[in-house]
Design a protein around this ligand. Structure first.
Ligand SMILES: Cc1cc2nc3c(=O)[nH]c(=O)nc-3n(C[C@H](O)[C@H](O)[C@H](O)COP(=O)(O)OP(=O)(O)OC[C@H]3O[C@@H](n4cnc5c(N)ncnc54)[C@H](O)[C@@H]3O)c2cc1C
Length: 414
């Protein structure tokens, strides 16, 4: 073993790259192992929203009823494919427990603080020389086509306001005034002034280039095959390009984390939730604000010269096949809420969100191995949380006090 890096990071998505960035800033030596190219997983063509507005976890009291209703609809935005997989049903059972009111309320302040801290880190990152990722901080507008949807949004906005997350309720006229690209039938909306947006692939790849220039090693097209242990330490990482060593190992393989960690004897209940996006050249009269089309749960993000539509949460294991009905539902929602042409489904992207049952990430040292840090489970908020999670990984790895109490995020909670 000649000169292992201080930190070996498994996975080159937003979490792995942000961790590498903050570690490099502190002078640590870092190697990232990535089975494809940087950001080839779910960090590529997602909606790129920075979302303090998403401080309510996916596991909330109404989620299960909505999920059960939607399971009967092939074009619905949320779907769990019934499978005979013990890990899925254990996950669903934990989700049901986490979706109770007290559990949900306990999760909100932590998610709020993490998203807010990350949003301000993004401002600093956007100011870095040579790192352009079409970042804008203009807020985000959620638009509803029905009074029923709007009433539901009001309840959510009040809950967020209780926790200090600003959410401005808008009537129909004000919603359309803020975003004239919305159609006339829109019933109203909620504006979240503290949200931001950017081009995710440009961010992760741009930051990876910068850390490489600063001396970090990125081992692309290198798949982790096995993690080898000795007693309470990770000994080495066996890959398709040989064996790698690190004084500390960071496991940041997104939805693939349980698979990569399968020999470690740690329960990591992460399920993949597939989502799709369609990206078109930005039309002149297209929206200038990032939007969520409320009932359809479709995000619409202007990114430089592009306009992206993203949506669907489909729990179907690690399957990356494309379900044309769900893609068509995204395109249909775009044209029914907005005065834009229906986006053509010529270039469809899909990604797998890494979801924990309680809607909180897993972040911290694994008790069983003294040199292993796990950073995954960021679900629908991984782009938003990337910088703060990366900074927290750095603080944990270097033995610095962490900015937040991370006990609610430890892997042993499951
Ligand atoms: C449609 C859609 C829209 C979304 N919109 C948003 C949004 O607007 N805002 C937001 O905050 N989040 C959003 N997300 C969620 C966000 O994309 C994820 O939470 C985030 O990308 C997770 O990052 P990650 O680094 O954990 O995982 P990934 O980006 O998936 O990275 C994991 C990496 O590990 C690598 N890997 C896997 N196995 C191995 C192996 N054996 N060896 C080596 N490398 C391996 C993979 O190739 C991959 O590059 C969206 C997701 C989807 C699907």
């Amino acid at each position: 073993m000649n000169n292992p890096p201080d930190i070996l990071i498994l996975g080159g998505g937003v979490i792995g790259v942000c961790a590498a960035h903050y570690l490099c800033e502190e002078g640590a030596s870092v190697t990232i192992i990535e089975k494809g190219e940087i950001a080839c997983g779910s960090s590529f063509a997602n909606a790129g929203l920075i979302v303090p507005s998403h401080s309510i976890p996916l596991a909330e009291p109404g989620a299960l009823a909505a999920g059960l209703k939607w399971m009967l609809d092939p074009a619905s935005p949320f779907y769990i494919q019934p499978r005979l997989a013990a890990d899925l049903w254990a996950w669903v059972a934990r989700f049901i427990v986490a979706a109770r009111e007290p559990q949900m309320r306990r999760a909100i302040p932590l998610l709020r603080d993490l998203h807010t801290a990350s949003a301000s880190l993004y401002q600093g990152l956007a100011a870095r020389r040579g790192l352009d990722f079409d970042y804008e901080q203009k807020g985000m507008l959620t638009a509803y086509a029905s009074m029923r949807g709007l009433r539901h949004a009001e309840v959510e906005a009040k809950l967020l306001a209780e926790f200090g997350v600003r959410a401005d309720l808008l009537d129909a006229a004000e919603t359309r005034r803020r975003e004239p690209a919305l159609r006339d039938h829109i019933a109203g909306g909620v504006f979240f002034p503290n949200d931001g947006h950017f081009n995710p692939a440009k961010f992760v790849q741009g930051l990876a280039n910068q850390i490489e220039e600063r001396g970090a090693r990125i081992q692309r097209n290198t798949e982790v095959l096995r993690i080898e242990t000795r007693g309470n330490r990770i000994q080495s990482v066996l890959t398709t390009s040989g064996t790698f060593y690190g004084k500390q190992i960071v496991l940041a393989a997104g939805a693939w984390t349980p698979r990569v960690a399968r020999d470690l004897g740690i329960n990591i209940p992460v399920q993949a939730a597939k989502g799709y996006s369609l990206t078109v050249p930005r039309p002149d009269d297209g929206p200038s604000l990032p939007l969520i089309l409320g009932e359809a749960r479709v995000a619409v993000t202007p990114m430089g010269g592009l306009l992206r539509f993203a949506g669907t949460l489909e729990m179907a294991g690690m399957d990356l096949s494309v379900n044309p009905r769900r893609v068509a539902a995204i395109a249909h929602a775009a044209a029914s809420y907005l005065k834009v042409d229906k986006p053509a489904a010529t270039e469809v992207w899909r990604g797998l969100r890494p979801c924990t049952p309680d809607g909180l990430p897993i972040l911290g040292r694994a008790r069983r191995y003294e040199n292993l840090i796990i950073a995954t489970g960021h679900a629908m908020g991984g782009m938003s949380l990337g910088p703060i999670s990366g900074k927290l990984v750095m603080q944990i790895a270097l033995g610095q006090p962490t900015e937040f109490d991370l006990s609610a995020l430890r892997v042993e909670r499951f």
